[in-house]
Design a protein around this ligand. Structure first.
Ligand code: JHZ
Length: 409
């Protein structure tokens, strides 16, 4: 929906970067579906009051999250470890009641984090709208409701199970346009001393690294500590801690509680200061970002065109949601990238959204390696480089585009 107004403050948005028409980030499709493919105008705006960066238009949630959702969280070992550590930190924290604690996770996907609570015998509930991934969670012993979260869902949970000690979310809050509905639901669901702990890709990293590929249909918001503080302050809540994370190329974990219940960590003031220095509260920063994004596009297109002219074979590594933004914004199709290797069975045999590059299995990458591979999962670089030593040993080269376009030597 496009009202041109900030979803947080209701004030007019200032348009910043226009990416043109884009398909769904996870809309992998068969050739039969090319003609009816869905596109939306992808453009971000900034609100000078709430300091929230957001998509001006977002497709309806049912178009993006359904029983064929193509992203399964448990595709990376690193992420498995990350969510195990996240769960352990919450279990050890002062925030859980000593007796019969209750933890709720929004968008628990295949149960990658909650399974750690299930194993520890802690009362938990996942809320996951995409039925196929929720089914995987339930099969693994993670209690999961397949629903979109709202105030009325929160009321039903409280009636059936009581209020929660902690409300968790990872890579989910930034997906939900009705963010006020979520915060109202959180207020209903949490005990008075309950906490919200969530993490999402961080605006500061996106600006510093020109990682514009974090912008796609699902990510309606690009959060900063400033915008999160503004939003939750409207509901009598405050940031009590912030912890930066390596995941997804730079994320931030936010911890919030009712005002005055817990002391505010000095990390909050430090991050606010860093954000001011980076200009995350100012429109001029996004004009500089637009120029950097356009430069990145030019450089990637000219590198790939050059390699094509030299007769080199180029493939993509990992058909990420992020790659949908890069490919469509840069206009890169099968003439420049032969195929993309991906480990998700649901994506294999399909074509990438919009640009229609074939997605092939990882076995195909091993059997039929290209001269160059574009690392679309640059956020998993360490894990991937480690397991693909054979590719580089045999002369294969990696192309990375974040923070700058280059061939790794
Ligand atoms: P990855 C997802 O984005 C989607 P994506 C979501 N919208 C979100 O918010 C972000 O995460 C944060 C493949 N892969 O994790 C598997 C390999 O093929 O960067 C997956 O298809 N080989 C919820 O999609 C894809 O990458 C590998 O060795 O940008 C996942 O990409 C590895 C590690 C991954 O997320």
């Amino acid at each position: 929906m496009n009202t041109g107004l900030c979803r947080v403050s209701g004030r007019p948005l200032v348009k910043t970067v226009n990416f043109g028409l884009h398909p769904l980030g996870n809309g992998f499709l068969s050739a039969d579906d090319f003609s009816g493919e869905y596109f939306f105008p992808m453009e971000i705006g900034f609100c000078e009051a709430s300091m929230m960066v957001q998509l001006i238009n977002q497709p309806a949630p049912e178009k993006m999250f359904h029983n064929k959702y193509a992203f399964y969280s448990s595709t990376s070992q690193f992420m498995g470890q990350h969510f195990c550590d996240f769960a352990n930190e919450v279990m050890r924290s002062r925030y859980l009641s000593k007796i019969n604690p209750f933890v709720v996770e929004l968008g628990c996907n295949d149960g990658i984090m909650l399974k750690n609570f299930a194993t520890a015998g802690i009362r938990h509930l996942g809320i996951e709208p995409s039925q196929n991934v929720a089914d995987v969670a339930n099969t693994m012993g993670v209690r999961t409701l397949s629903k979109f979260f709202s105030e009325s869902v929160a009321e039903q949970i409280v009636k059936a199970e009581g209020q929660a000690d902690a409300f968790l979310a990872a890579n989910v809050m930034c997906h939900i346009p009705d963010i006020h509905g979520v915060v109202k639901g959180i207020r209903t669901l949490l005990k008075p001393a309950g906490v919200v702990i969530f993490e999402d890709p961080y605006l500061g990293d996106i600006i510093e690294k020109t990682s514009y590929d974090q912008i796609y249909d699902e990510h309606v918001f690009l959060f900063s500590a400033h915008s999160i503080e503004y939003l939750f302050n409207l509901y009598g809540m405050e940031l009590i801690d912030v912890i930066s994370q390596k995941t997804h190329g730079g994320s931030m974990r936010y911890v919030l509680a009712n005002k005055g219940v817990y002391p505010v960590s000095s990390s909050v003031g430090r991050l606010m200061g860093k954000e001011k220095a980076l200009g995350l509260h100012q429109i001029a920063t996004f004009e500089k970002f637009r120029i950097a994004v356009e430069r990145s596009r030019k450089e990637l297109c000219s590198l790939l065109t050059d390699l094509k002219l030299k007769g080199k074979r180029v493939a993509g590594y990992a058909a990420t949601s992020k790659s949908t933004t890069i490919l469509n914004y840069c206009g890169i199709g099968p003439e420049l990238i032969e195929y993309i290797s991906d480990t998700t069975p649901m994506k294999q045999g399909k074509f990438t959204p919009g640009m229609h590059i074939p997605v092939k299995s990882h076995a195909n990458f091993l059997e039929n390696p290209p001269d160059y591979a574009v690392l679309f999962a640059w956020n998993h670089a360490e894990e991937i480089m480690d397991k693909e030593k054979n590719f580089t040993d045999k002369g294969g080269k990696w192309i990375v585009h974040i923070p700058s376009v280059r061939v790794l030597e």
